[in-house]
Design a protein around this ligand. Structure first.
Ligand code: DGL
Length: 289
């Protein structure tokens, strides 16, 4: 077996309804990060840049992606199983890197979990509310994220008078995974999705999906230089850093590290994941569900 194709035994607790309670958490413990697949590596990238001494365990549920087209019930179920897998590994904090899971399942996971849980919606919404001058904000994401209204509610908490325009962009996830970041097809697709937001005169565009930071240059090109582009990944990494410091859980010294688990095709995860994160994605362990 190649290093990228190792398989780990499923954890015995993986199908339990409640995540296992963690032992006493300490700064030395790793941070758990999960996503529906590869895209959450954009969040991990921001986390590694912000917190270079931390150790991260990343789980990508590649067998069941995409989450963005699934029902809330299914997204909640998958997300809880992901949380449970990471909690069983003694993490000190859980980062829900997937926008769709954060939009639909965060409250449920947080209510069942003893370690602090941070999703990407709240930090992204706060950053967008801070960035806008006119109060006109565009939000793009998967079908499930947009349908949940989670970003709209979160932005309104920080800026009650905001005018929020939303658009689901389902083709962008497979497009990014295919490596279409700046070709003609990518440009036409992005222009098509952003047309109505552009016409609304937004001054801030919030990238509410893990894959979209890779299209940042294209969003800028299509929207023009006056529209601010805010991505949830960077805002979330800052929020994680603040929260760790506030709780006295930051790992101050030492070299950070990342390990990767996926529910299917570790080889593809490594190949595509390198585009998202870089050469750090050396190998991934396949787990069974
Ligand atoms: N990770 C998902 C998100 O951020 C996008 C991919 C999917 O639909 O599973 O919403």
């Amino acid at each position: 077996m190649t290093p990228v194709a190792r398989r780990a035994k499923p954890t015995p607790s993986m199908n339990h309804r409640r995540p296992r309670r963690a032992q006493a958490v300490a700064a030395e413990h790793p941070i758990g990060v999960f996503d529906s697949g590869i895209g959450g590596l954009t969040v991990l990238k921001a986390l590694v840049e912000e917190l270079p001494s931390e150790q991260f365990i990343y789980l990508g549920d590649t067998a069941r992606l995409p989450y963005g087209t699934k029902s809330p019930e299914v997204i909640v179920r998958y997300s809880r199983e992901n949380a449970e897998f990471l909690l069983a590994r003694g993490i000190k904090m859980l980062v829900v890197a997937c926008n769709t899971s954060s939009a639909v399942a965060l409250d449920r996971i947080a209510s069942e979990t003893i370690v602090p849980v941070i999703g990407v919606i709240e930090p992204g919404a706060r950053a967008a509310a801070k960035a806008t001058h006119s109060g006109k904000i565009g939000v793009i994401g998967t079908e499930a994220t947009i349908a949940s209204g989670a970003y709209t509610r979160a932005i309104q908490k920080y800026r009650g008078d905001a005018e929020i325009y939303t658009r689901a962009c389902p083709l962008l996830v497979p497009m990014v995974e295919e490596g279409f970041l700046d070709n003609e097809i990518a440009e036409k697709t992005v222009a098509h999705y952003l047309e109505s937001l552009k016409a609304s005169g937004i001054d801030t565009l919030l990238l509410g999906c893990t894959h979209y930071p890779l299209l940042r240059d294209l969003f800028r090109k299509v929207m023009g230089p006056h529209v601010r582009i805010v991505d949830s990944a960077t805002a979330t990494a800052r929020a994680v850093g603040e929260q760790l410091s506030a709780l006295g859980l930051a790992r101050a010294r030492g070299r950070g590290a990342q390990s990767f688990f996926v529910t299917e095709r570790p080889d593809r995860f490594v190949r595509v994941g390198r585009r998202f994160l870089g050469p750090e994605v050396e190998s991934a362990v396949g787990i069974e569900r």
